[in-house]
Design a protein around this ligand. Structure first.
Ligand code: PEP
Ligand code: MG
Length: 885
């Protein structure tokens, strides 16, 4: 099987592997595709991801076969370009870049201008006729190669560069002359010798082989691992390596480099969005080294920027670029993120990929593209990442709140965020771990900051544009971000900053608005966002295509209202124990628990009854005839008892029982393994009066609401933690007995069902027996995961991370259903349940009900509904539609 695929003018492989992103990576596949459809792509070749895995497995040694294939692919580039690698007179230079199956912006390594040495740099100077350009390219190469391949801290070189500029009294890199650069390279060589004890490699073949190895190795770098974990990318994918002929954006005033999106990645507006720099190489734009210029006249005018747009400075190239944007969007039928270079007036496309975008932009682009006739409704639904909707549903700044504006930057990633200022990623991680909201404030960010960006509420940078690392990564993560705030100056040493003349120390509170680019002092209040037309349109499309219903897990009226607004079609789980924690109720509850006998217990239950009844009534009213699954009391009783000294004293005063007696009772109730102890239906079995009270509250509320509103009320009474049909049968009889009594008292009957949670392996195994009694099943996948895996849901956090890092689990089984194990039990229970009771209703109410991958699984096994927390209801609606398509 081939391990190297060439691309460039006139090359069309008939091997489908050459188009397969799993084999050649996303970048490799797109480069090949662009070359095939006739776009100006510099020729090159891609080494497969399989080869990366080989290399990493085989103790980091490259095979002779790979060397041979690389050599002949290099010859292909040489022939196409008409230059030779290592030639002293007119050398071919190449770039070496990573390219995984999905894009991992900035996570792995890139080396540009490879093929330069003390000889070829002179050839490059002669062939280009530009001495300074040649030395600048060499300077960049040595710097990149030394940090990426030789592993020397790049700050060493940055410091030397800064010092060189200082010594010559200049501020910009471009102000350094050829001689200055040559001297600087000499210094760089000194750093390399000192650090490595060997001179900088002059052999271009060795440079290439080592660069390829370094890119392979970067797949295993810490930052790439963190990124993979955050984005659920498996370690066994590996990265491809792309080697491509260099074209130069730093060959004078008619050369340039830039990054562009075919539509605005923050808002979704149909307008080219991009940045470019004249006389520069690509990393200058991305790394925020120079502040880039706007691509279009309209964008420049809107921003009031002085430097000319590309549309004005290089109009002919801009027109050609715009033509290619249209072509690429049409070809890929999606918004593209494109890197281009102009070498002495000639345009080259170096990369295209589906552009990362905010959730807002994703919705707008999808809806616009359907309206433009570019894609079908189904494609639009498929394209939106359900999890990203979360970004839209969260609060924005309260427009009426008083505020002190400190300054502003670019609106790089929307949403409002407040928190304590921190100046580095490690501090962000430490303070966030302690539960603090932090805003990461940096000069600019780099891939090393990724862990801090992830835990921060928001990101603020002083430098860099809309396509800077901070902006791209923040949009991908859904973190609000303001980038390029020029009035922000940071003093890392002093751990302080100044914005608009105001001193900010580490820990001070600020608020950023990533939708406007504004920065405010203090923490400003927020409000719920208005959901726009595109959101409603996509949700309506999703509803049309999904098979499963979507319900919510909610027990407070406020949560029920939110869930209804988000389109919940019922309540899948109302955890009644949450209703006992409030105000005075906790004391009635405690009295009930502390009761010495049934009579005492009944007195306390009588006090709880009206409270429960009014809660249920309110929920039934809000849900207006939609089904409401009420789960009877689940947790062990000792959870309701006090823990601290002061709580015991307080309780003693409230209930008139001595502290000692209270403590004794708490000790009696304490369990060594409460998750497997006296909880769930076991409480109902031992203290039937508790479930009787709850059933009475439900039926009385149902009768009252049905009488008042004239609307049907649909209670579904759910018994938790059932393991045997007999438990369920016993408790169902109690519930039915109460219903008969209440309906007789009220002179009114309400339809209801009694069902159970399937959250123990035994329940799944005997689901047919249980279904003879229970009218519905709701899979409690939190407990079912805990009991099937034998992993405590409360302690899993301590070791599951290692399990995921070591590839034992691809994802956290408490987040995404363990399809192989827990999933098998669910599928079996669903089948057995249906066999015993064909019209049985099946749903899920564990946390997995809001997880897109788990929702797809639920669809496959034919569940009738999923139930998710209110904010995840829209996510679940979209995920259910995607899985139905
Ligand atoms: C479950 O176990 O999945 C469930 C929904 O119940 P709880 O989380 O309340 O135990
Ligand atoms: Mg449970």
């Amino acid at each position: 099987m081939k391990t190297v695929y060439t691309f460039g003018p006139g090359i069309a492989h008939d091997d489908s592997r050459a188009r397969d992103k799993a084999v050649v990576g996303g970048k490799g596949a797109n480069l090949g595709e662009m070359a095939r459809i006739g776009l100006p792509v510099p020729p090159g070749f891609t080494i497969t991801t399989e080869e990366c895995l080989h290399f990493l497995r085989d103790r980091h040694s490259q095979s002779a076969r790979l060397d041979g294939e690389v050599r002949s692919a290099l010859t292909h580039i040489e022939r196409t370009v008409g230059k030779r690698f290592g030639d002293r007179h007119d050398p071919l230079l190449v770039s070496v870049r990573s390219g995984a199956r999905v894009s991992m912006p900035g996570m792995m390594d890139t080396i540009l201008n490879l093929g330069l040495n003390d000889q070829t740099v002179r050839g490059l100077a002669a062939s280009s006729g530009d001495e300074r350009f040649a030395w600048d390219s060499y300077r960049r190469f040595v710097q990149m190669y030394a940090s990426v391949v030789l592993g020397i801290d790049h700050a060493r070189f940055e410091d030397a560069l800064e010092k060189a500029k200082e010594d010559r009294g200049v501020s910009q890199d471009v102000d350094l002359s050829a001689t200055d650069l040559r001297d600087l390279i000499g210094e760089f060589f000194g750093i390399v010798e000192a650090e490595r004890g060997a001179p900088f490699p002059q052999d271009v073949d060795e440079q290439l082989a080592s660069a390829i190895a370094a890119v392979f190795e970067s797949w295993e770098s810490d930052r790439a691992k963190v990124y993979r974990r955050l984005n659920g990318i498996p370690g066994e994918w590996g990265t491809a390596v792309n080697v491509q002929a260099m074209v130069f954006g730093n060959l004078g005033e008619t050369s340039a480099t830039g990054v562009a999106f075919t539509r605005n990645p923050a808002t979704g507006d149909k307008a080219y969005y991009g940045e470019w720099l004249v006389n520069a190489q690509g990393e200058d734009v991305v790394a925020g080294i120079r502040t880039p210029q706007y691509l279009t006249l309209a964008a420049r005018t809107a921003a009031g920027a002085k430097l000319p747009s590309m549309e004005e400075a290089l109009p002919a190239v801009f027109t050609e670029l715009a033509r290619l944007f249209e072509l690429l969007e049409l070809h890929y039928q999606d918004m593209q993120d494109i890197e281009f270079t102009v070498e002495r007036g000639k345009l080259y496309i170096l990369q295209t990929r589906s552009g990362k975008r905010t959730a807002k932009a994703a919705l707008k682009i999808a809806v616009d593209m359907v309206e433009e006739g570019l894609i079908a409704e189904e494609a639009a639904i498929r394209r939106i990442d359900p999890a990203s909707l979360d970004q839209l549903l969260h609060p924005t700044l309260d427009p009426d709140a008083p505020r002190t504006l400190l300054g502003s930057g670019l609106p790089a990633s929307p949403g409002a965020a407040s928190g304590a200022v921190v100046f580095d990623a490690d501090t962000a991680a430490v303070r966030a771990e302690l539960g603090e909201n932090v805003i990461l404030v940096r000069q600019e960010t780099s891939p090393d900051d990724i862990h801090g960006m992830h835990v921060a509420r928001g990101i603020l940078t002083a430098k860099g544009g809309m396509t800077s690392h901070a902006a791209v990564v923040a949009r991908g993560m859904g973190r609000p971000c303001v980038s390029g705030a020029s009035s922000l100056s940071i003093d890392y040493q002093a751990r302080s900053a100044e914005i608009g003349g105001v001193h900010i120390a580490e820990g001070d509170l600020i608020t950023i608005d990533g939708s406007t680019g504004e920065i405010f002092q203090g923490a400003l209040p927020t409000v719920m966002p208005e959901l726009d037309r595109e959101f409603a349109t996509v949700m309506a499309w999703a509803d049309r295509h999904r098979r499963m219903n979507v319900r919510t897990n909610a027990e407070t009226p406020a949560d029920c209202e939110v869930a209804r607004q988000f389109g919940a079609e019922g309540i899948g789980l109302c955890r009644t124990e949450h209703m006992f924690f409030d105000g005075e109720r906790i004391n009635f509850m405690r009295q009930m628990i502390l009761a010495a006998n049934v009579a005492e217990r009944l007195v306390a239950l009588d006090r709880l009854l009206p409270e429960q009844r009014s809660d249920f009534a309110r929920i039934f009213e809000i849900m207006q005839g939609l089904p409401v699954t009420v789960r009877l009391l689940d947790p062990p009783l000792h959870e309701f008892l006090p823990h601290s000294e002061s709580e015991f004293t307080e309780l003693s005063a409230a209930v008139g029982i001595g502290v000692d007696q209270l403590r004794r009772r708490a000790e009696e109730l304490a369990e060594s393994n409460p998750m497997l102890g006296h909880r769930g239906c076991r409480l109902g079995v031992v203290y039937p009066e508790i479930y009787e009270m709850q059933a009475r509250a439900i039926f009385e509320a149902a009768c009252a609401v049905s009488r008042e509103t004239g609307q049907p009320v649909v209670p579904e009474i759910m018994i938790p933690l059932v393991g045997t049909a007999r438990e369920l049968d016993m408790l169902k009889r109690i519930v039915i007995g109460v219903s008969e009594a209440v309906f007789a008292e009220q002179g009114l009957t309400v339809e209801f069902t009694v069902g159970t949670m399937i959250e123990l392996p035994r329940a799944a195994l005997v689901a047919d027996e249980i279904a003879k009694v229970g009218e519905f099943f709701s899979f409690g996948t939190n407990d079912l995961t805990q009991t099937t895996l034998g992993i405590s849901r409360d302690d899993a956090g301590r070791f599951l991370g290692s399990y995921i890092d070591k590839g034992i689990f691809a994802t956290d089984p408490f987040v995404s259903i363990d399809v192989e194990g827990v999933g098998k039990l669910i599928a079996m229970a669903a089948r057995l349940g249906r066999e015993a009771r064909p019209d049985i209703k099946l749903g899920i109410c564990g946390e997995h009900g809001g997880d897109p991958a788990s929702i797809a699984f639920c669809d496959r096994v034919g569940l009738d509904y999923v139930s998710a927390s209110p904010f995840r209801v829209p996510i679940a609606r979209l995920a259910a539609a995607q899985s139905a398509l």
